[in-house]
Design a protein around this ligand. Structure first.
Ligand SMILES: Cc1cc2nc3c(=O)[nH]c(=O)nc-3n(C[C@H](O)[C@H](O)[C@H](O)COP(=O)(O)O)c2cc1C
Length: 208
């Protein structure tokens, strides 16, 4: 696609988005990224919610994009979109668009990057540019051995110190065959936490 076409498709997608509460889902290279299609479809059931996805390259291995009903932004989009000064910068447009960022799953690699301010792809650039007055929720997901390594607790605490909200991982039999803590929270749990951030409906002042 030509850059002009990309810019206009971005404008159509983001600037004319429906919904009153905009949820950006970040997805990273954990096997729990398999749940992306169901997470997106359940978020879209919430009243007034619109959803977009930012994916890492490794996350793409785990889901079929045709099972996801909203636009998925990739590193390629970030770089193809910008060719001249007047062009939008995708990670800035996405952080502007979103009322809430949820990273589900957050793998050990991207956890470490965000905790240390590293921003070498679209998702970590959105996180690095995030307006910390807006909610950022994260759902760690990793093998139990990774979860138990002492650096994990340090990095999770670092994210909480930024004001980000952890949706804790759970204990179950992991895809690798190990049993223990490290599995991503259930989709229903994640959606119920997002629900708590939705704007409260305005009460009608007219009495009947
Ligand atoms: C089959 C498979 C499953 C993986 N599952 C996880 C996982 O659940 N959690 C995790 O932290 N890393 C997992 N990894 C390793 C990450 O994919 C790897 O660290 C990758 O570099 C992450 O890149 P990203 O953070 O840019 O998505 C897995 C790798 C493979 C090959």
């Amino acid at each position: 696609m030509q850059s002009d076409d990309l810019v206009s498709s971005l404008k159509t997608d983001l600037f004319k988005s429906s919904g009153t509460f905009r949820v950006l889902v970040g997805v990273t290279g954990s096997v729990a990224a398999l749940k992306l299609p169901s997470l997106v479809s359940e978020l879209l059931q919430l009243p007034g919610v619109d959803v977009r996805v930012v994916t890492t390259e490794h996350a793409k291995h785990f889901y079929n994009p045709s099972d996801v009903s909203v636009k998925i932004y990739t590193d390629k989009d970030e770089w193809e979109l910008w060719t001249q000064r007047s062009d939008p910068v995708l990670h800035i447009e996405l952080r502007r668009w979103a009322d809430l960022l949820i990273i589900a799953p957050l793998d050990a690699n991207t956890l470490g990057k965000i905790a240390n301010g590293i921003c070498d792809n679209l998702l970590t650039c959105v996180a690095r540019a995030w307006d910390t007055s807006r909610p950022l929720l994260f759902c760690p997901a990793m093998n139990t051995a990774m979860w138990l390594h002492p650096i994990t607790a340090q990095q999770v605490s670092g994210l909480k110190e930024f004001g980000y909200v952890e949706i804790p991982c759970i204990t179950k039999k992991l895809v690798c065959g190990d049993e223990g803590k490290g599995a991503m929270a259930e989709v229903s749990t994640i959606v119920s936490v997002v629900r708590q951030y939705l704007p409260k409906p305005v009460e009608s002042s007219q009495k009947t």
